[in-house]
Design a protein around this ligand. Sequence first.
Ligand code: NDP
Length: 329
Amino acid sequence: MQYRRLGRSGLQLSALSLGSWVTFKNQLDTRAASDLMKQAFDAGVNFFDNAEQYAGGESERIMGEALRALGLRRDSFTVSSKVFWGGVLPTQRGLSRKHIRDAADAALARLQVDYLDLFFCHRPDLDTPIEETVRAMGDLVRQGKVLYWGTSEWEADQIAEAAGIARALGIDPPTMEQPQYNLFVRHKVEREFVRLYDALGLGTTIWSPLASGILSGKYANGVPSGSRMTLPEYAWLRERLESPSGRAQVGQAGALARIAAELGATPSQLAIAWCLRNPRVSTVILGASSSAQLAENLAALAVLPRLCSEILERIEGIVGNAPTSAERF
Ligand code: NDP
């Protein structure tokens, strides 16, 4: 395993980590989830990602039971939660001081830990002043309930505003952002956040490295039974897959698979290694519904040295979506 600092912080996360969205509860029961976490931990993974929203809190409950059953030392792993979608009541959602406090306490109880290593604002809340959110996160840090706080899918301006407020108030600024990043979605990580990396020391914990599985090549000949796109709760993902842009992505995944084969890698390994090649990525959060998938994906680190400039250029030729850099006058 390789370890990377979370932005400018001193925390070293495994370059590959494990998330539980969709899989825990929907596809994996407590036993299977626990086995997957053990497999990841034994391979050097030290970060497990979660959120209050995943399976309505059940994903955190399962992860908490797994952590307890595995008996992992608290100083040997990091775990996250995210606040925003905690329920249907107005007090159970968003980034108000009240919901942030309630969500943190509920996540601690479900995960059976005394503190969250990482705590994310899962989306920006346009109805709550950013200062209220920053102060609430600062309180959790002071109380020792959270070590590092950050954002997910915020805009660069919102992150910069939060950091400015935090600095003025003597509160820890956001340490990390959790954006989607993969061969199809690049703008935030490669363009929008560029000015934040050095200015704020921002780290990134990136999600959906396989674009929900499309980059594994598994959808080349239809939708395999048991795959994510067959789950009724995620019909919106399947609609996206079957849209013209989704079909184009499946075609591109096929072309990328041919490059992967030349490198002696699987398409998933190529796609994950491509995320890892970006030094601004602190950790790639893997999703896996089976032990075989996890083993395959963890081996992506070995593919990283094979991504020479010629291969990267050929990949660009297939996806054709590199963001332009800022204009210099
Ligand atoms: P991916 O894009 O990597 O998709 C993972 C899924 O792809 C697996 O569950 C599996 O689905 C399929 N898959 C994985 N490996 C293989 C393989 N080798 N061969 C074939 N199929 C494979 O990641 P996720 O979308 O799961 O995101 C990862 C994590 O990121 C989440 O668990 C969560 O922690 C975080 N996240 C954060 C978000 C945010 O808003 N902050 C949003 C989304 C995710 P299947 O077998 O069912 O087809």
